[in-house]
Design a protein around this ligand. Structure first.
Ligand SMILES: *Cc1c(COP(=O)(O)O)cnc(C)c1O
Length: 341
């Protein structure tokens, strides 16, 4: 936790330091060469992740980006289209990886205020392969939706999008970087949010607090193929149990996410009362705040009093709660910001 002299870092839930339990787990991890499938800690993490995410198998990957990109490549053939929400991370923030790693063309759809991929948008966006059109090879959904402010999308919504895709025989990948936040907010098991999709990626390194790593889950045949693609992308790691061990600890931190959500609510309420700020009602651990002043200027003032956030738009900033900021730090953050608006 930041004391009063330290900056309160609300830029992202990726800034957390590993807990003592995680450091101990790393130190004591049983390891082997994971490219030979001989790292018992990685094997355990993959089995546990498959279980939590509700799939037959899972693959440990260094980052969420790699998990998403491996999934896209594994599901598709070169030249196909991928149907994505237009503010989604996989489309907007991964350097156009679809084109570079899988030779795909993206077609975007508008998921509205909450970033929901609706079945009619899937039907409308789907193209059948013919003499002129490449055919849709994949539909992607995101939960929680980062750019829309961490919206937690209900299982029925995901089911509806997946059903529409499956009517066209198109698989669905779920970018669940913060899927455990969605499950905590909706009070459902994680597997309920993945029950109708063909693969799901979940970051261990965000709200769950691991220093490194994400998991990609799917059926056994998909994960076998994904393992080869991970190697192709340079993600075949050796004694990866050293970093997978904290990931195992992280995976059991799901209950704790509700604290982050309560802190996000406190932060939103506190900031919303201040002049020139309008906070969106948070659904999980992300707080979007509309600012009368330009976002960059507002953030500079926040930084001068030791509160960090990121710009999201010309007049919008994002603050993210996580386990290195407790209730007291949130109250301090609000007080500090109140001194500069
Ligand atoms: C952070 C994030 C990713 C990528 O994860 P990295 O580990 O940073 O590569 C993917 N999707 C969403 C929605 C994210 O928020």
């Amino acid at each position: 936790m930041a004391d009063s002299d330290d900056a309160i870092d609300l830029r992202s839930d990726t800034v957390t330091r590993p807990s003592d339990a995680m450091r101990e787990a790393a130190r004591d991890a049983a390891v082997g060469d994971d490219v030979y499938r001989e790292d018992p800690t990685v094997n355990e993490l993959e089995a546990r992740a498959a279980d939590v995410l509700g799939f037959e198998a899972a693959l440990y990957v260094p980052t969420g980006t790699m998990g998403n990109q491996v999934a896209a490549r594994t599901h598709t053939d070169r030249g196909e289209e991928v149907l994505v929400e237009r503010e989604s991370h996989i489309y907007k923030w991964e350097l156009g990886g679809f084109a570079q790693h899988a030779g795909l063309q993206a077609r975007t759809i508008d998921g509205g205020d909450r970033g929901i991929v609706r079945p009619d948008a899937v039907h409308e966006g789907h193209v059948a392969a013919d003499g002129h059109r490449p055919g849709t090879g994949l539909v992607c959904v995101e939960n929680t939706h980062n750019s829309k402010g961490g919206t937690a999308i209900a299982p029925e919504r995901i089911d509806a999008a997946a059903e529409a895709a499956h009517e066209h025989d198109v698989p669905v990948h779920l970018d669940g970087a913060r899927l455990c936040n969605a499950a905590a907010a909706l009070d459902v098991p994680v597997a309920e949010l993945t029950r109708s999709v063909d693969s799901a990626m979940c970051c261990l390194s965000k709200g769950l607090g691991a220093p490194v790593g994400s998991v990609l889950a799917g059926d056994a045949a998909f994960i076998d193929d994904a393992r080869r693609v991970r190697k192709l992308f340079g993600g075949g790691m050796r004694q990866a149990g050293m970093v997978a061990a904290p990931g195992l600890v992280a995976l059991e931190n799901r209950e704790r996410l509700a604290d982050d959500h309560r802190n996000a609510e406190r932060l939103a309420r506190g900031l919303d009362r201040l002049k020139g700020l309008a906070a969106h009602e948070p659904e999980t651990n992300i707080v979007l705040v509309d600012t009368d002043a330009p976002a960059e200027a507002f953030l500079e003032r926040c930084e001068s009093v030791g509160v960090l956030g990121v710009p999201f738009d010309d007049n919008q900033v994002r603050f993210c709660t996580h386990w290195d900021v407790d209730r007291e730090a949130i109250e301090t953050a609000v007080r500090r910001v109140s001194e500069v608006v």
